[in-house]
Design a protein around this ligand. Structure first.
Ligand SMILES: [Zn+2]
Ligand SMILES: [Zn+2]
Length: 105
């Protein structure tokens, strides 16, 4: 049997914690919505990035979309090794450096 004052305190604490959690969730949803709205507005107002044409990425400039680069330590055409492109890690595309992958500037 829990004494009454203690139980009231526990209930109060539970309600308090519950409302704090609810407030946090509401706040994060509100902030998320606000960020989304800001993002949409930015997207609408801003011009699409001219470098990547609004895609946010473009074909890797180093490997030209081949995912590998021909690299030779001795500039010997016989010993040319295809290496995984260090810029795109074999993804063939690299993030646009002009708009940082957002697609607009
Ligand atoms: Zn590459
Ligand atoms: Zn861009």
């Amino acid at each position: 049997m829990i004494p009454k004052p203690l139980r009231t305190l526990a209930t109060g604490a539970a309600i308090f914690l519950g409302s704090v959690a609810a407030l946090n969730i509401t706040l994060s949803i509100a902030i998320g919505g606000f960020r989304y709205a800001t993002e949409l507005k930015l997207r609408k107002d801003a011009l699409p990035c001219g470098v990547c044409r609004g895609k946010g990425y473009y074909i890797c400039k180093l490997c030209k979309g081949n995912a590998t680069i021909k690299w030779s330590p001795l500039y010997d055409p016989i010993a040319v090794n295809p290496c995984l492109c260090p810029t795109c890690d074999g993804n063939r595309v690299q993030r646009c450096l002009n708009c940082l992958g957002k697609g607009y500037s």
